[in-house]
Design a protein around this ligand. Structure first.
Ligand code: GLN
Length: 215
């Protein structure tokens, strides 16, 4: 069993905690707000919310360096705003554009708020690589969601999910989930569904990664 932290500076963190606590592989899922709390977890989830706000709070409270250190060395999963924070660069869609502060664990570039106003929130059925009962589509909930517009290191980054059809101006095949070693990122919000298969995928990935490190 592993102890999983959910970054609780802002956003949809309680929903992640509830879903993680349904998994037998998780001893406990807890909120993480500072360097002391992050030191006590085996893996971390960064929730959806507002990426610029989360970065600002982490920076002002002096938590940013410990957060960045964790992300670069321990299993981490970012959903939506969390995915943005984990990326290497933001190309468009945000007010701060290139200046946004990022944790830079995933070699990808991100387009924020990629679905425009009409399709700001919607649900899309997705095939997710490595998911249990993968023939059953995963309900991808997108809320002012980003997309991955470029994979910067194609050797390290693995595509985990893509849009199965066009959504407004965003075409079929657009990448919405990736994995790079110990880091998972998704543009959608599995914590806002009753389907815990993405959480299971992450927890198993984290367990395997930790087991390999300990050898
Ligand atoms: N638009 C938000 C951002 O840029 C992300 C939205 C979300 O997490 N649901 O941070």
């Amino acid at each position: 069993q592993i102890r999983v932290g959910v970054l609780a500076l802002q956003g949809a963190f309680s929903e992640h905690i509830i879903l993680l606590n349904t998994l037998p592989q998780v001893s406990e899922a807890v909120a993480v707000r500072n360097a002391k709390e992050i030191a006590e977890v085996d893996a971390l989830v960064i929730p959806g919310g507002e990426s610029t706000t989360m970065a600002l709070i982490a920076e002002r409270s002096g938590f940013w360096p410990a957060l960045q250190e964790f992300v670069h060395t321990r299993p981490t999963w970012g959903t939506c705003a969390g995915l943005i924070l984990l990326s290497e660069k933001v190309t468009s869609g945000g007010t701060l554009k290139g200046d946004q502060k990022l944790l830079q664990g995933l070699s990808i570039s991100i387009k924020r708020n990629a679905f425009g106003t009409q399709k700001e929130s919607f649900e899309a059925g997705l095939h997710v690589e490595g998911l249990e009962a993968a023939e059953r589509l995963f309900p991808g909930v997108f809320i002012r969601a980003p997309v991955i517009d470029e994979i910067l290191d194609t050797e390290k980054v693995q595509v985990v999910a893509q849009l199965e059809r066009d959504y407004g101006m965003t075409p079929k095949g657009t990448i919405v989930a990736v994995r790079q070693g110990h880091i998972l990122g998704s543009a959608f919000h599995p914590e806002l569904t009753r389907d815990n298969r993405m959480h299971l995928l992450f927890v198993k990935m984290a367990q395997e990664w930790i087991a390999k490190q300990d050898k």
